[in-house]
Ligand binder design. Structure first.
Ligand code: TSB
Ligand code: ZN
Length: 647
């Protein structure tokens, strides 16, 4: 009998009669959760008959490509439901996205919440019927006629944009949509559906074109997976630093000031000051020399450094003043290099570590701006280390150890290491010098080997001047952002003709390490807010203790308590409002203040305070002096709530 040989991803192979459907092969192989197959690298419907020898890989919901197909089929189901409930609706496009799917419709009015409920219910009914999803080939001219006759002008336009003849359609239960696929084998695979939101969306994203109505949804193979996903969305909303930043009065984004230019409010500025002090003190102790340099420089400086050639898209345009052209700096390196160059250095003084909480400005496209996590004006915990080639690995290792210490103190979790390399094919983003890149990458790998750290490689993510180690941390939405970065640079020392005088009394070229430990204060703040859901550990809390006098006559004692705390460097406030105590407690809880001290007649007479802790609730009455001593200790220990032992 005529057979084809199939090779599977696990290395095994098997023979099947020519023309066997992929679905049958999947069943035979016990791959019941396969949604589609990858055949010689191309994704195919499970209904496809296998006509020749091939390598076959099953894609399930666990694979990103499998999910994409699942959500794409869900978008078709959505279109089918809308078509049944609103026969006059015209269909536009409906792709899978990172987290679900959407479909754009022209129905001449917005969808309301009750519409979404009806559509969702209909989708569920349709899925329960478990209709087969079939691919059909339609001659181009016929498709054109059918779309025109039905008034589907968006489909007519889409068809104009593709050259296929015939064009492929997918059909389920009489509903057809033009689509390249692939799709699920049947609608019954979609067991759990949630339509999440609706919004206006311009056809083709063009504001001069028709306003369509977009419906966003998410779907899963099980109800449990959907429930878990919805719980994650709720949790993400609760932790979202943009919302908490507003509620906790940490920072504000104000239209009049401009996009990506947040204002740090007093409470946020307090946390920022603490982070600044924390890292500056640590660095000074480790031999970093802190400097101050201006936010502006002549554009010539960035022409010399290569930023102008490789980084201009992220820079603000120059401004002309007298006979100078100035730019807002996008990075601090050139200023620090000029400090290094300011005098001669002998091999004995190296490494020179120039550090600054340096403010810089980057033109980030408005679509990527997000609260404090991605901004246009930012202050980086920056340093540039100038060292001898033989010191490079030690210095690199030292920086990574500093990063590890900072993460322990700040309680950052879930981070992973990314080796960001150049993409050798990209000739504009990265400076061209193969020997230099190979050397820098080899040094980077050597340092990683010594550190015994696991990492993932990311080609194309390097800086224009060299490869780097990035520390990636997931935000509440599960998306990674770079916090720390350690970059090896043989390029800028060359461009700036940097030197040190060696043991041989001859000039030599130093190597540079660029590094940021706690990232920009903006991005670190965003992460801390999300990580702690706004409940900062005691040492970072903008207000550590709030004193709640029970009646007006206790306000004097409350202020004396505040004075004692302040004298020991603690940040305390008195709530002297005329609200009832219960109300004051709730207000303090909403602001996530670590300790509340309730004071009334008894406390005043005995010199005590009634302690309520954010983490542990009512802790009863304590002598004021004992409470102060304990809180001073707790702050100095930089403990986080979840590490705080019960009293
Ligand atoms: C480390 N020249 C180096 C420096 O010496 C440099 O600027 N590296 S960088 O381009 O990778 O930026 C350093 C860090 O700034 C990033 O790792 C990231 O944590 C943070 N950062 C970058 N862009 C933004 C932004 N738009 N908003 C907030 N933080 C940002
Ligand atoms: Zn730098």
């Amino acid at each position: 009998m005529d057979q084809v040989t199939v090779r599977f991803a696990d290395g095994s192979s098997a023979a099947y009669p020519r023309g066997t459907q992929l679905a049958a092969i999947a069943r035979d192989r016990g791959a019941g959760d396969a949604l589609v197959a990858r055949v010689d690298g191309a994704e195919r419907d499970l209904a496809t008959p296998l006509e020749r020898d091939a390598a076959v890989e099953w894609l399930s919901f666990a694979d990103p490509a499998g999910r994409t197909v699942f959500w794409h089929s869900s978008a078709h189901l959505l279109a089918q439901a809308v078509r049944e409930l609103f026969p006059q609706a015209k269909l536009a496009i409906g792709p899978a996205i990172d987290d679900g799917f959407y479909y754009d419709f022209d129905i001449g009015r917005p969808f309301g919440p009750e519409d979404l409920e009806r559509i969702e219910a209909r989708m569920r009914d349709l899925a329960a019927r478990d209709e087969r999803i079939e691919r059909i080939a339609v001659p181009r001219a016929e498709a054109q006629r059918a779309f025109a006759a039905a008034g589907e002008r968006y489909k007519v336009e889409l068809l104009e944009g593709i050259a296929d003849d015939p064009v492929s359609f997918y059909r389920q239960d009489g509903f057809e949509d033009m689509c390249r696929g692939p799709h699920l084998a049947s609608t019954g695979r979609i067991k759990a559906i949630k339509l999440l939101s609706t919004s206006g969306a311009y056809w083709r994203g063009d504001e001069r074109r028709e306003m369509l109505q977009r419906i966003y949804g998410i779907s899963f193979p099980t109800q449990a997976a959907l429930d878990a996903h919805l719980a994650r969305i709720e949790e993400a909303k609760r932790r979202d630093h943009r919302k908490l930043g507003r509620d906790l009065e940490l920072f504000a984004s104000v239209e009049e000031v401009g996009q990506g230019l947040p204002l740090w409010l007093p409470r946020g500025a307090t946390v920022r000051r603490l982070l600044d002090r924390y890292i500056t003190d640590l660095e000074v102790a480790l031999g970093y020399e802190h400097v101050h340099t201006p936010d502006l420089a002549s554009v010539e400086l960035y022409k010399l450094s290569g930023h102008w050639d490789h980084y201009r898209d992220n820079m603000y345009p120059p401004m002309r003043v007298d006979n100078e052209e100035l730019v807002l700096r996008p990075m601090n390196c050139p200023h620090h290099i000029m400090i290094y160059k300011h005098r001669q250095h002998s091999y004995r003084e190296l490494p020179v570590r120039i550090a600054e909480l340096g403010t810089m400005y980057r033109y980030e496209r408005s679509g990527v701006l997000s609260g404090l996590a991605r901004v246009r004006a930012m202050t980086l915990n920056d340093a540039h280390i100038f060292c001898r080639p033989d010191q490079l690995t030690d210095e690199f290792v030292g920086v990574v150890r500093l990063i590890q210490q900072a993460y322990r103190d700040l309680g950052l979790r879930g981070f992973w290491y990314r080796l960001s390399l150049r993409d050798p094919r990209d000739r504009t983003k990265f400076v061209q010098n193969d020997a230099m890149w190979s050397l820098a990458e080899a040094q980077l790998r050597e340092a990683m080997r010594r550190l015994e750290l696991d990492y993932q490689e990311a080609p194309g993510e390097a800086s224009f001047y060299g490869p780097k180690l990035d520390v990636q941390v997931p935000n509440v939405l599960g998306k990674d952002e770079t916090i720390s970065t350690v970059q090896i640079d043989f390029y800028l020392p060359e461009r700036f003709g940097l030197e040190y005088i060696g043991e041989d009394s001859q000039p030599h070229r130093p190597v540079m390490i660029h590094r940021g430990v706690i990232s920009t204060l903006e991005r670190m703040m965003a992460f801390l807010i999300e990580q702690y859901a706004g409940a900062f550990p005691l040492w970072l809390a903008p207000e550590q203790v709030r004193i709640l006098p029970i009646a007006d006559r206790h306000v004097g004692y409350a202020h004396r308590v505040r004075g004692e705390l302040a004298a020991r460097g603690l940040r305390a406030e008195v709530d002297a409002s005329s609200e009832r105590t219960g109300h004051k407690i709730r207000a303090a809880q909403l602001m996530k203040i670590p300790y509340m001290l309730v004071v009334g007649d008894r406390e005043e007479q005995q010199g005590t305070v009634s302690v309520r802790s954010r983490a542990r609730g009512d802790e009863g009455s304590h002598a004021l002096a004992a409470f102060v001593a304990r809180v001073v200790d707790e702050a100095a220990s930089r403990r986080h709530d979840d590490m705080t032992p019960a009293p």
